[in-house]
Write a protein that binds this ligand. Structure first.
Ligand code: TYD
Length: 209
């Protein structure tokens, strides 16, 4: 990490783990602390991201798991080139709701993991990945309370498989993606405070265990 470059922070977790809420809270807190911050998400707002959202909500059907994996990887490289890398080059902090580990967990659980890893090898690693650890039942309760349309990976048995897949890839890629697990079952305030403290440790160059 050279001086003058920004920092890339990612939030990961199963559906209903709070990545979207906590990404917004982290962006707001870091801005309030005076950092220049870009909040973003994957699937991205770019053309491939729009296609992916259609597939996730089943407005677009008949996409195979392999094609979905290719689209997620393509969206990621597009997102990096169009938004993430330019912001980092300007020294900004980029916070993304989901990144590489989402593909390794969701796509890797249905396809050979090595192939999904290879598709994502060109995507720069995160400087910090906060994995929101939430049990499948709590996450399911939250998703039902939130309402809205059901998505491709929403069913509870699927989420149990996603959680197991995350367990594997979080361990395997802990070092590469600088993964720090965070207990995501607390109140939104408590989880936000823990996440902010981890992010601040990175941004101030302090090391925490
Ligand atoms: P989204 O509607 O953003 O869900 P949430 O706000 O609950 O995170 O959809 C993201 C979904 O896409 C989620 O089910 C995880 C899945 N996904 C993958 O399968 N692979 C990926 O690479 C990414 C980024 C997301």
């Amino acid at each position: 990490m050279s001086a003058g470059r920004g920092r890339f922070i990612v939030l990961e977790g199963i559906d209903g783990s709070g990545t979207t809420t906590q990404t917004a809270r982290l962006v707001a807190s870091l801005r309030a602390a005076g950092h220049a911050v870009v909040g973003t998400r994957e699937p991205s707002e770019g053309p491939m991201g729009l296609l992916l959202r259609q597939a996730l909500t089943r407005r677009l059907v008949g996409i195979s798991d392999r094609v979905l994996a290719l689209l997620f990887a393509a969206d990621r490289l597009d997102h990096l080139a169009s938004l993430v890398e330019p912001a980092l080059a300007e020294g900004k902090v980029v916070v993304s709701d989901r990144y590489v580990l989402s593909s390794l967990a969701y796509q890797g659980m249905r396809l050979p993991l090595a192939w999904v890893e290879a598709l994502n090898a060109a995507a720069r690693p995160a400087d910090l990945t906060l994995y929101l650890d939430v049990d499948v039942r709590t996450a399911s309760r939250r998703r039902h309370a939130r309402g809205g349309p059901t998505e491709l990976f929403d069913a509870d048995p699927v989420q149990r498989a996603v959680a197991r897949a995350y367990g594997r890839v979080v361990r395997k890629h802990a070092r590469a993606q600088r993964v720090v697990p965070v207990d995501g079952t607390g109140t939104p305030d408590a989880v936000a405070a823990e996440i902010l403290s981890r992010a601040q440790a990175l941004l101030s160059g302090r090391r925490r265990k």
